[in-house]
Design a protein around this ligand. Structure first.
Ligand code: NAP
Length: 487
């Protein structure tokens, strides 16, 4: 049988989907269509890739997306999009399977999580329920439900947590859950299974558990340390409650409290493979050893080849993507003369902002704001950036996300920090000036109070930031001139 050719990919701007997108888009034998909520978040794609803009809650877009499709990948979840993520996941999966059945799609391929329903966290239970809904029409459509536990890859949540803990703490005092067994799998192996689902000839709906060698979280940390050339010690104590463990994680790793708590909750019960279907249905795939997945992830980080990160999905920011900035209740606009420095050089300086590079001025104040944000359950500054120089729309950048990026002209950052309102920071370049504007929509009285409280700091921080950016732009230009002179 020929592999299925007409493919729909959902979740193409997320951690797994973005990586699968590059593989499918690079295969000329695949007629690929993607359903995305924000087209601008997609990378440059070959012309033959069709893009449908919309979500699984927009039935017109969904119906258009599934027409003429043989196989549809479902790589979506609603966690982080509000308190009622379970209901959203339920509706989304029902909409999807109904649309696929109506359009005559032959196969749905879904990636969910490993675990047992009786001991699963709410997040995991929702993933299982999604799998059950997508598999609920075996008479009309085949569903392949892959289930994976911890995924090891550059930028994946679990790997970033392990890496940060291992890098920062020579001796780790750990709670009991680090002894729970799981079966981690490298992200490239996950992608191999997802791709191989195109070639499957067996009929029927299947749950396919995938994973490598069984290990505890503690063993993963020690093995990661070894792969990084670091000797580490673990001391287990029975007293660390899940809540304390989650606070511990937000202190030393980039994840916010919500994600840390989900992870800890998930690790309190075993997530191991419970069936042998991966071998029966996909005998050609041998998962790589854990240490190899770690080495690949580290190499990608070192070579600045991180394709996707755990923070790529828009989450709650989706609620208000088009707020008219010019109508923001509070605005703080400042203009800085380029003094002959080219817009290209100044823009390079602008786009280097944040992460390890810092914020050009009063980094101590930014760090303090980051700490307050972390303590309030936000991201703080520890998410950093995917790449020290390159940015793309949708990238997370400390406690911001890139909302718009027009080369040499505009960078718009939308605040993801905990705030009593909604905020943006814009850098606009004209031929002569850099215009830097903070926009703010307050929520009620507290929101207004917050603005007046931070106003004196804006005066300090923003003013120096603009001038420092121009200075950095000048330095970049001079360095470029020197290296050209030396050529
Ligand atoms: N990452 C892991 O470590 C891991 C481990 C085990 C299993 N899994 C499973 O793998 C699947 C994919 O996870 P992921 O980590 O890649 O997720 P992710 O990074 O959070 O990405 C989610 C994707 O879904 C899109 N999306 C969300 N709601 C949507 C909707 N209603 N309509 C259309 N698109 C929507 C998001 O678009 P926006 O960009 O617009 O937000 C984003 O592209 C999930 O089922 C997850 O349980 C992941």
């Amino acid at each position: 049988m020929q592999p299925m050719r007409h493919i729909l990919l959902t979740g193409a701007t997320g951690y797994i989907g973005r990586r699968l997108l590059l593989r499918l888009a690079g295969d000329p034998a695949v007629a690929l269509r993607v359903l995305v909520r924000t087209r601008a978040k997609l990378p440059q794609l070959p012309d033959r890739v069709e893009v449908v803009e919309g979500s699984t809650f927009q039935l017109d877009a969904l119906t258009a997306a599934v027409q003429g499709i043989d196989l549809a990948y479902y790589l979506i979840h609603s966690m982080g999009q509000g308190a009622d993520f379970e209901e959203m996941d339920r509706v989304s999966a029902h909409n999807f399977v109904d649309a696929c059945v109506a359009a005559g799609v032959r196969r749905i391929v879904y990636l969910g999580g490993l675990g047992r329903p009786e001991s699963a966290s709410p997040h995991l239970r929702s993933r299982m329920e999604t799998g059950a809904i997508l598999s609920s029409r075996p008479d009309r459509i085949q569903t392949i439900h892959f289930r994976a536990g911890v995924i090891i890859g550059s930028g994946s949540t679990s790997f970033e947590i392990i890496r940060h803990l291992v890098q920062k703490l020579p001796v780790m005092v750990t709670p009991r859950w680090v002894s729970t067994r799981t079966q981690p799998i490298g992200v490239n192996d996950v992608l191999a299974y997802l791709q191989a689902a195109r070639y499957l000839t067996a009929d029927g709906c299947f749950e396919v558990d995938i994973g490598g060698e069984a290990m505890t979280f503690g063993e993963m940390m020690l093995a990661t340390g070894q792969a990084m050339g670091l000797r580490r010690w673990i001391i287990r104590v029975p007293v660390l409650t899940p809540k304390l463990s989650s606070y511990w994680l937000i202190l030393f790793t980039p994840v916010p409290y919500r994600l840390a708590a989900t992870l800890v909750e998930g690790l309190r019960s075993e997530t191991v493979v419970t069936n042998d279907r991966s071998h029966q249905l996909f005998p050609g795939i041998q998962t790589e050893p854990f240490a190899q997945s770690v080495r690949t992830a580290i190499a990608e980080i070192e070579q600045r080849q991180v394709i996707s990160r755990w923070s790529d999905s828009s989450g709650e920011l989706r609620e208000d993507p088009d707020a008219p900035l010019e109508q923001a209740v509070f605005q703080d606009r400042r203009s800085y003369d380029l003094n002959g420095t080219s817009t290209a050089s100044v823009f390079r300086a602008v786009t280097a902002i944040g992460g390890e590079h810092g914020w050009f001025s009063y980094n101590i104040l930014w760090r303090l704001r980051g700490l307050i944000d972390k303590l309030a359950g936000g991201y703080g500054l520890s998410r950093g950036r995917r790449d020290p120089e390159a940015l793309r729309i949708g990238d997370s950048l400390d406690f911001w996300t890139v909302a718009d990026l027009v080369p040499d002209h505009r960078l718009l950052l939308q605040a993801q920090m905990k705030l009593p309102g909604r905020a943006w920071l814009e850098f606009l370049l004209t031929d002569r000036a850099l215009i830097q504007t903070a926009y703010y929509y307050p929520n009620g009285v507290w929101g207004r109070l917050y603005w007046y409280l931070v106003l004196p700091f804006h005066g300090l921080v923003f003013h120096k930031m603009g001038r420092s950016i121009i200075r950095e732009g000048r330095r970049i230009e001079a360095a470029g001139a020197c290296s050209r002179g030396g050529d």
